[in-house]
Design a protein around this ligand. Structure first.
Ligand code: ADP
Length: 494
């Protein structure tokens, strides 16, 4: 039967993935291929942009051929991607002029530090919603332009193009016909004015980046064009959804209303709150970003992250060696009635929002002779929930919205103990969807909207819930435990 599937291409930091959904968003199949990271110097992180492109095309082709599905069976495609990662390539040859500089790369730290005290920093925050940081694309672009010989002149001559990973993939998938991005990805470059919806001339001037190398910014869902014939299969395939990974996850969790929130529990946590048509300015060091743009109308989000979440569980496994697998932490946590007063603050890389103390370090406190490894394991899981509460509180304060429900996803959201404790400590319901890969689902949802297959209301009804965790803890116990956490945080601030 022709035309019945939606393809999601999910290009992440460590892998390229392709997932095929049917029209009810059941997963028909998926393929994944790891991508390598290069570390040429301490704090530098690069990837081979050609490998990103090749693995992405490879997994999509492999998936379709394994399932025996023709390109003509695909209704449309959505793309989601690691954000901020920067590629510049030669327009004529299609060859990258330098490796992709990955979001984690800190080579421009000193430069960012040097402009922090200048007026331009305030302007950037006002215009882009972002805090000046090497994480975002702008200073990575500037670095490539200044360090690849002859590139500035090539830029002036209109011979090179810039893109985040969405743009780079789409340019290749369309055989160079489309040089586009979407509002969500553009808002992570630190060059896009999220109020005026345009590339910001003052910031471009300041970084000496010519506008002609930048992609055209489109809605997060619309009919952009096609993946060319012969790229994934014989026929051309419609392309109708684009979003950066965290925004795609927000969409995949159908957080369509103002005040709805998703939290992804992975290595770190990424939390986004839909703030509707209002770009909320944070007083707590959170980021204001574009969630998506549909029909030219922008929906904004506020974003916060926890640096170390699931990574603390990896640390228990690989460094302390008190567990063998991440999965067993659930059973261990349930095997004791509480943490016996133990708190683990995994501030391995300092503390983020709302504390912003880069000198803080990890702490285990409240130890007595009765405490054993089980209490430490349980306290490490609880730490994920406490850190999430800290960020959520900051969001509620900034947005002046009280949150009623938390939608969760990511690897560690499989842990029932964690999610029950999260519901208890927040005193709100915590909802886990059936399919926890919200990022790919969000790309498929956007593609469906862009191709006019479904409305937003219809998508809401397609979402499948696995379990809702309902708070059971008394106010007294909740306050007692959270006060203990605040005291532990103070101890970690060296
Ligand atoms: P990422 O996308 O950041 O690589 P994932 O979403 O795949 O992360 O989640 C993996 C992280 O979650 C790891 O840090 C791991 O320690 C943690 N994790 C995975 N399963 C569990 C579990 N059942 N309980 C607690 N933590 C878990």
């Amino acid at each position: 039967m022709a035309n019945k599937y939606i393809l999601a291409l999910d290009q992440g930091t460590t892998s390229s993935r392709a997932i095929l959904f049917d029209k009810e968003f059941n997963v028909i199949g998926k393929e994944q291929s790891e991508t390598s990271q290069l570390f040429p110097k301490p704090s530098w992180v690069e990837q081979d942009a050609t490998e990103i492109r090749e693995t992405q095309i490879f997994v999509a082709r492999k998936l379709l051929s394994r399932l025996g599905i023709e390109s003509s069976d695909i209704l449309t495609t959505g793309i989601t991607n690691q954000r901020e990662t920067t590629v510049i390539w030669d327009k004529k040859t299609g060859k990258p002029v330098y490796n992709a500089i990955v979001w984690q790369d800190k080579r421009t730290s000193e430069f960012c530090q040097s402009i922090k005290q200048k007026e331009i920093s305030n302007y950037i925050k006002e215009a882009t919603g972002l805090i000046v940081d090497p994480y975002f694309s702008a200073t990575k672009i500037k670095w490539i332009l200044e360090n690849v010989p002859g590139l500035k002149q090539k830029a002036i001559n209109n011979e090179i193009l810039f893109g985040t990973i969405d743009t780079w993939l789409i340019w290749n998938l369309s055989n160079g016909a489309l040089h586009i991005s979407d509002y969500s990805n553009a808002s992570r470059t630190m060059l896009y004015n999220i109020n005026d919806k345009c590339w910001d001339k003052k910031i471009l001037d300041y970084f000496d980046i010519p506008e002609n190398i930048l992609p055209q910014v489109k809605n997060s869902a619309e009919k952009y064009g096609f993946i060319s014939e012969g790229v994934l299969g014989k026929n051309k395939i419609l392309l109708s959804g684009i979003a950066g990974d965290q925004q795609a996850a927000l969409f995949g969790q159908t957080c369509f209303e103002q005040g709805s929130v998703k939290n992804t529990y992975g290595t770190g946590c990424f939390m986004l709150m839909n703030t509707g048509e209002k770009a909320v300015k944070s007083e707590s060091g959170l980021i204001t970003t574009i969630a998506w743009g549909l029909n030219g109308k922008i929906v904004y989000a506020i974003e916060g992250s926890v640096f170390i979440a699931g990574a603390a569980i990896q640390w228990l496994r690989d460094k302390l060696k008190i567990i063998e697998t991440a999965q067993e932490t659930e059973k261990i946590a349930y095997s004791v009635k509480d943490t016996a007063g133990v708190y683990v603050v995994p501030a391995f890389a300092g503390l983020g929002a709302p504390y912003w103390n880069m000198n803080a370090r990890g702490t285990i406190c409240g130890l007595t002779g009765g405490a054993d490894y089980r209490h430490i394991v349980r306290a490490s899981l609880e730490a994920m929930a406490f850190q999430t509460k800290d960020v959520l509180n900051a969001m509620e304060k900034d947005a002046e919205i009280s949150i009623k429900n938390l939608n969760v996803d990511g690897g560690a959201s499989a842990n029932n103990f964690l999610l029950q404790f999260q519901a208890d400590i927040l005193n709100i319901d915590v909802t886990r969807p059936d399919f926890i890969e919200s990022t790919a689902l969000g790309a498929a949802f956007l593609a469906a909207i862009g191709a006019n297959i479904y409305s937003m209301d219809e998508l809401k009804s397609k979402r499948k819930i696995d379990k809702t965790f309902i708070p059971k803890m008394s106010d007294k116990e909740r306050n007692f435990k959270y006060n203990g956490w605040i005291k532990a945080i103070k101890k970690s601030a060296l």
